[in-house]
Design a protein around this ligand. Structure first.
Ligand SMILES: [Mg+2]
Length: 274
């Protein structure tokens, strides 16, 4: 019997990888996504972005595959995507929800306690109104609303020194929480919320659905590390300054172009093989 070649499944970061870090536009990567979607290559968004933000981009890009929100805090799977039983914690808007993280309000309360105990001063989305979030991030009002609806994480928008991050990280670790840098801001989630954990969980389901699978991970910053560790082929795109984030100790392919331009190069390579 002829062996069919393994199917590709793409797990991709969004900010600074699939979309531009400052304009939040997916214009550059959209044509490549369209080709991947029509070639039946699953494209799993795996980002610190929220459910509402990711459903927005998935709609624009016509992606109908599962997705991973808030740095691995939850996995959303369209209800009829897999034709076998999977265990899930809830349903939302036609998706099964697998929750891995802590609730956002609990994280907010912990941050408040740490703030008063340590004297560290920092701001989160929850401390700002929509207009303020929009002006800090450059997001439109609509996009700022989508970003502010966090279910499992808090976004810290203040710029923190490496010492302050260390200090905050230690205080958070005692509460089983972790802080990770994304493209621009820091995200605080449960320690067990990791892109890599969520991607591995989904990979097992994809293997059950598709048989042999080659997983591809694409990212740009520290919060992509665990994702790039667990995939078969890990690609690191450049940051806007043309440099790669140092990803020591893991086997990554450094793509010689920033953000979405780099993303397109990876997509072209993959499309040539499917
Ligand atoms: Mg990123």
């Amino acid at each position: 019997m002829m062996q069919s070649h393994p199917k590709t499944v793409i797990f991709t970061d969004v900010d600074g990888t699939l979309i531009d870090l400052t304009t939040y536009s997916c214009e550059i990567s959209a044509p490549a996504i369209t080709r991947l979607v029509s070639s039946n290559v699953p494209v799993v968004l795996c980002s610190s972005k929220t459910f509402r933000e990711q459903t927005f981009y998935r709609q624009v890009l016509k992606i109908s595959d599962p997705f991973i929100v808030e740095n691995g805090s939850a996995v959303f799977i369209p209800c009829d995507y897999f034709d076998f039983d999977i265990s899930f914690q809830g349903k939302r808007d036609g998706y099964l929800v697998i929750e891995l993280g802590q609730k956002a309000d609990k994280i907010y309360r912990v941050l408040g306690r740490i703030r008063s105990r340590t004297g560290l001063s920092f701001q989160t989305y929850s401390d700002l109104n929509i207009k303020e979030i929009s002006s800090i991030t450059g997001l439109s009002i609509g996009a700022a609303i989508r970003a502010s609806h966090r279910d499992y994480s808090q976004t810290i928008t203040s710029s923190l020194s490496p010492d302050e991050i260390k200090h905050l990280g230690k205080a958070l670790a005692k509460e089983k929480l972790a802080i990770l840098g994304g493209g621009r801001f820091f995200t605080v989630t449960s320690q067990v919320s990791q892109k890599g954990v969520a991607a591995s969980l989904l990979t097992a389901y994809f293997r059950r659905k598709l048989g042999a699978v080659v997983t591809v991970g694409i990212g740009d910053s520290p919060n992509d590390r665990t994702l790039l560790e667990v995939v078969d082929r890990a690609f690191l795109v450049q940051q806007p300054d043309g440099k790669w984030h140092p990803m020591e100790g893991i086997d990554v392919i450094r793509v010689p172009a920033p953000g979405p331009e780099g993303w397109c190069r990876v997509a072209e390579q993959l499309l040539a093989a499917v």
